[in-house]
Design a protein around this ligand. Structure first.
Ligand code: BGP
Length: 472
């Protein structure tokens, strides 16, 4: 009993939150580089504060991040020391195609990831690669408006073909888009969408979503063609929505909010637009333009597994209630839960509920590719960090996941903690919101030695992996 022997324990990062080296290796500028820290960030990531070039006086935390670009050997060695079996990372699109529409890929960028995969191999760590984790070349945004244009499908597929071919010997697990449903909540960061006054934003977001869904299906087909061993997953920001009360109107509100998120994996896993989405989009006057072949593309190229991030459950009510923060979007405050330093609810049982609901819905293998606690860490003079709060959070979530596997029969491939090493927060751009087992000496103002230190949780997770989740 317990977790299967093949269970994939590991950690997850994203290029734009850890790599830095933004101007090195021939890399081009991407939307994620242009999301400033501080007050303007929210506006920018939502597509309302146009940010098309680096501006004086703004701090762009992704430009250096934690400099994984130069530290990857050291970092992967530490992941190996923890016993990782999988490392989830993403590709910076603009390292491979700096503008996005070049004929030939950039060899320096390709070599960078190849070296990472070689390093992983040394420690028997298999890579799980997110093709696009909130990442879009600025050139394509300026020229075509990002994913609002159907042309993006071709550029994206070109990237996919290069990746699938070049890394055939290293990578067999891929995710097409990180948290694809974030297009609705952070459209510039998620899909390179900037809005002008008076535009019908819902129409644009769902049009872009349609393009990504078709691109995801075509990438799935291509991956299977290039290497029949390839397994492709969709990835969405999950977390079941609870009704605030048993009042039917609250239950209804929760169901509809859930469907808004499930729309994406529904299409990717089942292969067609669910009828609730078709009806509601039409009623809202949203008509994404589709080509005659799209139906068949979606139908014939569903994903092999379902992956998702889980930080918290959500709550919905038909009447106005106090709100709580959460992974990029707010929801109703649940009075039964505790909250993190950043006001996110903490709900381990919610993970078991979410796993059950997703598995019931799709009956495909699941993969938890993000789960973790963002908190303030205070190192002692000798750099020791006793992050018992983080251990507590993870322990309870792993316990819940274990119950889902052992007692509920959910088929789960693996678990990658967000994030094994401190990095830049996607939502706030902060460095002080730390998730890692490994502390990085880099402070909010960008200063620090970038040295790495093992936290208490490092040794704890090492034991969890060594015992295959038996000792928590
Ligand atoms: C998800 C993203 C990650 C990560 C995580 C934590 O939305 O996929 O990139 O950052 O959330 O969120 P934050 O960094 O805002 O704490």
């Amino acid at each position: 009993m317990g977790f299967p022997e093949s269970f994939l324990w590991g950690g997850a990062v994203a290029a734009n939150q850890c790599e830095g080296g933004s101007k090195e290796g021939g890399r081009g500028l991407a939307n994620v580089d242009l999301c400033p820290a501080g007050e303007r960030r929210k506006e920018v990531i939502c597509g309302h504060g146009k940010s098309l070039c680096l501006e004086e006086g703004q701090f762009y935390p992704s430009m250096e991040a934690i400099d994984f670009y130069h530290h990857y050997k050291e970092d992967i060695r530490l992941f190996g020391e923890m016993g990782f079996r999988v490392f989830r990372l993403s590709i910076a699109w603009t390292r491979i195609f700096p503008k996005g529409d070049e004929e030939e890929p950039n060899e320096e960028g390709l070599a960078f990831y190849e070296n990472i995969f070689k390093e992983c191999k040394k420690y028997q760590i298999q890579p799980l690669v997110t093709i696009s984790h909130f990442d879009c070349p600025m050139y394509l945004i300026e020229k075509y408006g990002g994913w609002r244009s159907r042309k993006m499908i071709d550029f994206y597929l070109k990237l996919c073909r290069v990746l699938f071919t070049r890394y055939r010997d290293y990578v067999v697990k891929w995710l097409t888009f990180n948290e694809i449903n974030m297009i609705l909540h952070a459209p510039f960061m998620g899909a390179g969408l900037c809005f002008s006054d008076g535009e019908n934003e819902e129409q644009i977001k769902y049009q872009a979503a349609h393009h990504e869904l078709v691109a995801s299906a075509l990438a799935t087909r291509l991956a299977h063609e290039v290497n029949p061993e390839n397994k492709i997953g969709c990835m969405f920001a999950a977390g079941s929505v609870y009704p605030f009360s048993c009042r039917p109107k609250d239950v209804w509100e929760a169901l509809v909010t859930d469907q808004e998120n499930y729309f994406f994996p529904d299409v990717q896993a089942r292969g067609y637009y669910p009828s609730y989405a078709r009806k509601r989009l039409k009623k809202a006057g949203v008509f994404p333009q589709m080509e005659p072949e799209d139906g068949e593309i979606l139908r014939e190229n569903t994903v092999d597994f379902i992956s998702f991030s889980y930080y918290n459950s959500r709550c919905a009510s038909a009447s106005s209630q106090e709100t709580a923060e959460g992974n990029l979007f707010q929801s109703v405050r649940n009075p039964y839960l505790e909250y993190s330093d950043w006001g996110w609810p903490i709900d381990p049982l919610g993970l078991r509920i979410t796993l059950n609901q997703i598995y019931d819905r799709y009956q495909k293998p699941l993969f938890i590719v993000e789960n973790g606690l963002g908190a303030v860490d205070e190192p002692k003079e000798d750099h020791a960090i006793a992050d018992d709060y983080r251990i507590g959070y993870l322990r309870e979530h792993i316990q819940a996941m274990k119950q889902a596997v052992e007692e509920d029969g959910v088929e789960l491939m693996g678990y990658t903690v967000w994030a094994p090493i401190d990095l830049i927060s996607a939502g706030t751009g902060e460095m002080k919101k730390r998730y890692g087992f490994i502390y990085v000496d880099k402070q909010e103002d960008g200063k620090g030695t970038l040295s790495r230190f093992r936290k208490k949780s490092f040794y704890w997770y090492q034991k969890v992996i060594a015992t295959n989740g038996e000792e928590l």
